[in-house]
Ligand binder design. Sequence first.
Ligand code: NAD
Length: 499
Amino acid sequence: MDAMTFILFGSTGDLAKRKIFPALFNLYLEGKLPRSFSLIGLGRKPYTDAEFKTYVELSLQTFSRSRPNELLMQEFLRFFRYQDIDVTKKEGFRELLNIVLEQEKELDIPENRMFYLSVAPEFFQTIAANIKESGLATAIGWKRLIIEKPFGKDLISARELNDKLVQTFEENEIYRIDHYLGKPMVQNLETLVSDNPILKALWNNRYIANVQITAAETVGVEDRAGYYDKAGAIRDMFQNHMLQLLMMIAIHQMAHSPDIPIGTRKSHILKSLRPLSKENAALDVVRGQYEAGEIGGNAVAGYREEHGVGATSMADTFVAARLWIDDPHWSGVPFYIRTGKRMREKSTRIVVEFKDPQQHASSSRKRTTSPNLLTIQINPDEKITLQLNGKNVLKSGETKPVYMDFSQSSVHMPEAYELLIYDALRGDDTFFARWEETESAWEWVEPLLEAFEENVLPLELYPSGSYGPETSCRLLSEQGFHWWHDEQEEKEQRRLLVI
Ligand code: NAD
């Protein structure tokens, strides 16, 4: 890997402390950082280099998945430096250039520069402009930009931001982080289908009845009300993470052109999504907000009673939608997506429900078996479960569901940020959101933002600890389906039924 300088804006913030430093350290331990590696931390705090190193040490001791050994930690921190900066002022960037040049010279590092913007989004454009203006971007080696979400708050602001960024960085130099794409199970999705002929053969509208994508949290808004109350679940989860999961599960080799890159195939999915209109959004979308309720036996407050939230807030903490991909491969297969806070279970997973060909051959035949389900659990555990039907010899041979589980041990699993930062350092953008995808996602979501804003779509209240508004079940029941909730719970229910 190329030697380079890692320039981290927002190095004293929450994300750097919890994710970025531990990720870099674990890459270092695994020999995945270049031998010559210099890091320049930037932030508002007036740290000296020594204070900054102590701060990073503390972050590693608290958040690193591998136990930090003192010696290795000191070795890792050797080439860390710190500069306090106000990114809205140009002078700081000239000073930064001097430090970068000094380090490059001292450590004999070519002018390869990775800029990481772990700061509030209102600074993204200013920083990119100041990087250009100061001369930091005119390096002889490569330059890259890693940028955190949110990428805009709607289609117009996302386009404005992108127009500004591309004045300093080319599209192929911009790495837009969607940390869901860094989760090992999500990175596994394409291989799971394309390298397993059993699944590959069934991965189309002939055999798949529907696909359900869930990202449910038990936590509420916590201390993020300032941001969340304006963003809601639609911007915080749906436009980015949920649509990325949809793309990753639905990508397929296009007929007659097997070597099309993953990014193009992902964009094809979004571009094939049937558009929704603001006026008819209520037919396919449900938005909700949590009320007081119980989670794990404890009483919890409703969203409007949370600290920093107004008593009349109309922010969505739950969104469910039915989507159709109008291409020959998926035509007729509904994709159901739901995401919410203060839900009954914490789980991110994709359930693929297979068709029962016999049932379709003769609709008068009563269904006696459960559908085959492929459940891909992404969080909190990583696991793939296949639900099949087997004969229950204890109960006069009737059919009952049996399960095949494949679990990945999470102890040594790299964290999403490790995988993503490593890819960006190598110049591999496979698991980053490209502009084409980001723009198409905003385009699709835009009518929903308007429908939410203008209250064309009712805001349905749901008790904390539930599966969200009851009406989200209608999205599926109209095609004769229902949500598959936590697979363990289903298993238990079935066990009770069959014993
Ligand atoms: P934070 O508020 O904890 O940290 C902000 C950082 O920006 C600090 O280092 C601060 O010194 C610096 N900063 C603020 N104003 C500045 C200025 N004028 N000049 C220079 N530096 C300035 O924020 P965070 O939670 O670390 O989030 C950083 C980014 O990552 C945001 O874009 C956020 O949306 C995104 N993000 C964060 C998380 C998370 O878990 N924290 C998750 C996903 C995305």
